[in-house]
Design a protein around this ligand. Structure first.
Ligand code: PMP
Length: 419
């Protein structure tokens, strides 16, 4: 990666003002072990702006009622706010219709929904599914479950030493038995941005539908599901500055219409008798039971907030931090960056030759620095690189160059202490 200098950033309206943005995130003002918090664990979950916190408080203070089924005022207000949030999400990813936007608990549940519903209905013994070598366990284990049940074969697109997918002979992955592809868009462990457009276009030449795991993408890159032409897309609210426990499955209407329900219960039915039921229309067919109404609305507030700053400006800011951090880390003795793809965002993972990542993480915590250490739910990928774990720093819109310097100084002390 070449190193860009930190240029002034604009949001399109104002100059990008990171100090102003930080004030919107109350948690960042904390001290940890007596030191100012340096939160660099954003790939695990991002912090929440006051607007999102306020949205949750406001919902329970003045709106709380169950949606869709009530005729009373609060139920109508709550239903409107819930469905307005769905429209915001539809616009955010440019889906054709809000009926293609299904609220789930998160990326994990969205992928399980597709694997179980589409998998049980349309995949049969001997069929093949394509995944990549850098899948989060959330986009691997659900496919393993259905593969075991249906006797399917999983094929893995390999990862090269830089942490890029080897796509040269992508064509050769497809046979007449290939029936589905589920692909990571941005790697949570390496930061690699995969060429998903190439995978989607090649898959479609073989009439293979593609699911994108966009858990690490929606907060860094603009997504247009129509331009991408992906068949399904999954993401979690909490990585997009929204609450935990809420996420999205986008699916093309024709596919979602053809799929059986994932869970049965209230709200997903049209008519029920003791012997059988018919199902509600989209998106409700896939939203059995009471939804996470407050957090869906707060996800809408998170999207409003992100739009106000501008994803392009956020991405530019984060990329400058990533490039600066990369250059500084490479100066440290015994440190190796895992994941040196040309196209990266958000994440930098590294190992020391003689210091275990857990020691690094624990030491940094005493300095108030939050990084993640471990396999990042990508054990096969760690195995590919011959390592048990990495230390991962991941950036969000509110991180600063000064915080990168604090990380680097902390790591210098780690080297001194553990060598
Ligand atoms: N996929 C990727 C690439 C992720 O980074 C994560 C979260 N670490 C997930 C899936 C799962 O997301 P969640 O736990 O919010 O369902």
């Amino acid at each position: 990666m070449s190193v860009k200098t930190l240029t002034p950033l604009t949001t399109g309206v104002d100059e990008y003002n990171v100090e102003k943005i930080r004030k919107d995130f109350p948690i960042l003002a904390q001290t940890i072990h007596g030191k100012p918090l340096v939160y660099l664990d954003n790939a695990a979950t991002a912090q929440k702006p006051q607007a999102v916190i306020d949205s949750i408080v406001e919902y329970y203070t003045s709106m709380n009622a169950n949606v869709h089924r009530g005729v009373h005022h609060l139920s109508e207000v709550s239903t409107k706010a819930f469905e307005d949030a769905r429209i915001k999400i539809k616009e955010f990813i440019n889906a054709k219709s809000e009926s293609e936007v299904i609220f789930t608990r998160g990326t994990t549940e969205a992928i399980n929904l597709v694997a179980a519903s589409y998998g049980r209905a349309f995949l049969k013994e001997g069929d093949e599914i394509i995944l990549t070598g850098m899948e989060h366990h959330s986009n691997l284990v659900p496919w393993q479950l259905i593969a075991k049940e249906k006797q399917l074969k999983i094929k893995i697109i390999p990862v090269d030493d830089n942490g890029e997918l080897v796509l040269d002979d992508l064509e050769n992955f497809f046979t007449e038995k290939t029936k589905f592809a589920a692909i990571n868009y941005v790697s949570n462990s390496l930061g690699t941005i995969n060429d998903v457009k190439k995978i989607i276009d090649t898959s479609h030449l073989h009439s293979v539908p593609v699911l994108l795991d966009a858990a690490q993408t929606v907060n860094h890159l603009e997504i247009d599901v129509q331009k991408l032409d992906c068949d399904f897309l999954a993401f979690s609210g909490h990585k997009l500055y929204g609450p935990t426990g809420i996420g999205i499955l986008y699916g093309k209407k024709s596919l979602l219409d053809s799929m059986p329900p994932y869970m049965g219960g209230g709200d997903m039915i049209a008519k029920v008798t003791y012997s059988e039921s018919t199902y509600n229309e989209l998106p409700h067919k896939f939203e059995a039971g009471t939804s996470n109404i407050a957090d869906a609305i707060a996800l809408g507030a998170a999207i409003d907030y992100v739009k106000q700053i501008g994803l392009e400006a956020i991405a530019h800011h984060e990329n400058c931090l990533l490039e600066y951090a990369t250059a500084e880390l490479l100066n440290l003795e015994g440190l190796k960056i895992i994941g040196t793809a040309k196209n990266k965002c958000g994440v930098i993972s590294f190992v020391f030759d003689t210091i275990h990542p857990h020691d690094v993480g624990t030491f940094l915590d005493f300095e108030g620095i939050a990084v993640r250490t471990g396999h990042h739910c990508t054990q096969p990928l760690m195995h590919r690189f011959g390592i048990p774990a990495t230390t991962r720093a991941s950036f969000a819109m509110y991180n600063t160059k000064n915080e990168v310097d604090i990380l680097i100084n902390g790591l210098k002390r780690v080297i001194k202490v553990f060598k």
